[in-house]
Design a protein around this ligand. Structure first.
Ligand code: PLP
Length: 448
């Protein structure tokens, strides 16, 4: 016992001083000191636990220093098959949008300068015309995100002393605590609920309008983005709501700009129906940067634009650059389907997916991997019932699927996968071919 303590004591005194170890590291001073301190503390704990002194204190300190210098926000490989994954940054940007971001980030831009007159301009001019053309609306405005668009629409068309009428079937939570009743409360408007959870009729809206009288600011319709009510249900179509004598805000959610993406509502239908303001996100099915879009009548858009909240929700120049470039692709719908990654992933062919799955399986090159058939979701609160079927790579790991999944997350680049029936599934739908190769290498490293 005494000898053990002596040996430990000697090992402890042999530990270098923090400043000595730090000086041997190739890292900024403060960071090197932090890494050295942590490595020495770890080593001291080892020794006190009776483990042999490590020969590799310098390596370990170097490793810690590298971890401390690694960015917190990193690229990951999305092997979940969930196309619009909110935790993974939603929509990957089209190449044209990435180029526009890089060009705008590089130097100065005409963000708010009219190059013809040399006078101050509006950042909205860069997208307003395009959004108008694509949706059929008179005017348009881009803000920070979809939630901001809805709040701004409610504040601009209603606000204090005025009421917003909403069907009880649409008093929904979108995710991340975005709840329609709370948004309306924060706009300063009074919420008037009509109908029931499963059924709301035009007469319900009419009665509410009669009761509210002059105080009626708007009817708000909210798309059930992340769920569907089935069975004895009915609600009122946008065309019928727009025939009532009150402004209509239509929150369509995912931002569909081309004909028919399953049963998701498009902006142009609501604009054609006569909605006063139509709101959506930029980074769901639209496939662009985080943004909120408002399109509608000139009067309504200018009220939104001049509302004090709009400055607090202002879109930044990099998102604006990505948004303009993404919207430009939609001038040719075929091109948008090819070049907007979200749309391309939605319509990937079975052959393409099978070829990529096989490429991943072959590159992993282990008996543990096989190609099987599975289904995935669109995610991000769009098309909740749609099952995207296709081939995926399934991996068996004797240590268990959770162990493999966490080893994959700890890798470089981190890989995010889904688990089904005790196997890790790697879905080729949300990976490019280049990412498929990186993924296979990451899996080889993570397997025992
Ligand atoms: C997603 C969504 C929002 C919120 O948009 P964010 O861009 O996530 O802020 C609002 N309303 C509906 C119907 C949605 O689907």
């Amino acid at each position: 016992m005494g000898e053990r303590h002596d040996a430990d004591g000697r090992a402890l005194t042999a530990l270098p001083a923090v400043h000595e170890l730090a000086a041997a590291l190739d890292a900024p001073r403060a960071l090197a000191v932090a890494a050295a301190r942590r490595a020495i503390a770890e080593e001291r704990d080892h020794i006190l636990a009776g483990q042999p002194a490590s020969q590799r204190l310098l390596d370990r300190a170097g490793q810690i220093a590298a971890e401390l210098q690694r960015p917190s926000l990193r690229r990951v490989l999305n092997a979940t098959g969930v196309i619009v994954h909110t935790n993974l940054g939603r929509a990957p940007l089209p190449a044209a949008a990435r180029d526009a971001v890089a060009a705008t980030a590089h130097g100065y831009s005409n963000l708010e300068l009219d190059l013809d007159t040399g006078e101050r301009g509006s950042r909205q001019t860069h997208i307003e015309h395009l959004l108008g053309q694509l949706s059929g609306a008179e005017a348009a405005l881009a803000v920070n995100n979809g939630a901001a668009a809805v709040l701004l629409a409610a504040a601009a068309l209603a606000g204090p002393e005025r009421a917003i009428i909403v069907s009880r079937g649409q008093l929904v939570e979108i995710g991340g605590g975005f709840r329609i009743p709370e948004v309306i409360a924060h706009s300063g408007s009074e919420l008037i609920e009509v109908g029931t959870t499963n059924r709301t009729s035009l007469a319900d809206y009419r009665h509410a309008l009669d009761a509210v009288g002059d105080r009626a600011g708007a009817i708000l319709r909210v798309h059930q983005s992340n769920f569907r009510a089935l069975g004895f249900v009915s609600d009122v179509e946008i065309e019928e709501l727009c025939a009532l004598d009150v402004p209509v805000i239509d929150d369509v959610g995912s931002g569909v700009l081309i004909p028919r993406i399953e049963d998701e509502p498009s902006l142009s239908r609501s604009v054609a129906a006569g909605a006063t303001l139509v709101c959506c996100s930029g980074d769901k099915l639209l496939g662009g940067p985080q943004a909120g879009l408002l399109v509608g009548s000139s009067d309504a858009v200018s009220s939104a634009r001049s509302h004090p909240l709009s400055r607090a929700m202002r879109i930044d120049k990099l998102s604006l650059a990505a948004l303009e470039a993404t919207l430009s692709l939609y001038r040719d719908p075929q091109r948008a389907r090819r070049e907007v990654p979200v749309l391309a992933m939605l319509s990937s062919s079975e052959e393409e997916l099978a070829a990529r799955a096989e490429r991943i399986r072959a590159a992993i090159g282990s008996d543990a991997a096989e190609v099987v058939w599975a289904t995935a979701k669109v995610g991000g609160g769009a098309l909740p019932l749609l099952e995207l079927e296709g081939p995926v790579v399934a991996i068996d790991d004797p240590r268990g699927a959770d162990t493999l999944a966490s080893a994959l997350r700890a890798g470089e680049p981190p890989v995010i996968a889904r688990i089904r029936e005790s196997r890790v599934l790697l879905d080729p739908r949300t990976l490019t071919d280049e990412e498929a190769d990186l993924l296979a290498a990451a899996v080889r490293t993570a397997l025992p």
